[in-house]
Design a protein around this ligand. Structure first.
Ligand code: CTP
Length: 251
């Protein structure tokens, strides 16, 4: 397995290699992807499975932003860098990392620091072979090779006014931005890129979640479905060398 300082991969020690159930969670900025993932994680954690056997983790696509040059960083501080274009992400690293996760390999992923617009290696997330891995981000269904890796695809569909109303205070209060830069970035890059690259990927979703995390009925149904799948797959997955293949269309 390739080694990389940011996404260190190492072979698992145990004989039993778990084959994770990989869920993609896409949606526009501030649609509530993180909250939906948190709710799914919490609800899945309440199952009566042996706690040491179960792991549910969420990874953010932001951990796969390309490192910026000094000139790009200067632009980013003024809201003049396009973080919403597919080219802003390291597609190959994303693919290799998800492939490794699917093979049951332990993976380390950096965090992301929005204040400095850079990857955060001080706050790495270690993904051990897990039962369920959620991968959330604006463009997780954009790249065909990556899209094909998911066992289940969710699209969080929240109205754009609501998303903007959430994004502005979040960027100012949590991401250290000023109002002018936030609005410039939104109008120049975030909104057009959503329409061009993110919104069209809704058609690839198995389940579209209207109103995002407020939609507890949808989240409960999804969680119940994941539980059923995990229960029915668990015996064949343990110790098996092949990835689980589940073809789901919940229309
Ligand atoms: N972004 C940014 N500055 C960076 C990196 C990313 O402003 N240095 C912005 C991009 O413009 C993009 C957004 O971050 O639109 C992606 O994060 P978002 O999806 O809004 O946040 P999540 O917490 O992943 O999702 P949600 O709000 O739906 O939970």
């Amino acid at each position: 397995m390739d080694m990389d300082h940011a996404h260190t991969l190492s072979l698992p020690n145990g004989d039993v290699v778990k084959k994770p159930f990989l869920i993609g969670v896409a949606g526009g900025t501030a649609s509530g992807k993180s909250t939906v993932c948190k709710k799914i994680m919490t609800e899945l954690g309440q199952t009566d499975m042996d706690h040491t056997q179960r792991q549910v983790v969420t990874i953010s696509q932001d951990s796969f932003y390309r490192e910026l040059t000094a000139a790009e960083k200067a632009k980013a501080f003024q809201g003049l860098y396009n973080f919403d274009h597919p080219d802003a992400f390291d597609e190959q690293l994303m693919y290799d990392t998800l492939e490794a996760i699917l093979k049951g390999v332990k993976v380390e992923i950096p965090g992301y620091d929005y204040k400095t617009n850079s990857l955060d290696y001080e706050n790495k997330l270690t993904i051990y072979p897990a039962d369920v891995v959620l991968f959330e981000g604006i463009l997780v269904f954009y790249f065909p090779k990556i899209r094909d890796l998911f066992h289940m695809k969710l699209f969080v569909d929240t109205d754009s006014d609501t998303r903007l109303a959430r994004r502005v205070p979040r960027d100012i209060n949590e991401r250290g931005r000023d109002l002018d830069a936030v609005l410039t970035q939104y109008m120049t890059f975030v909104k057009p890129a959503f329409e061009e690259f993110c919104s069209p990927t809704k058609k690839f979703a198995d389940v579209i979640i209207p109103r995002g995390a407020d939609n507890t009925v949808a989240i409960d149904l999804i969680v119940q479905h994941i539980r059923d799948l995990l229960n029915s797959q668990s015996s064949s997955r343990k110790g098996s060398s092949s990835n689980i293949q589940i073809n789901m269309n919940v229309d």
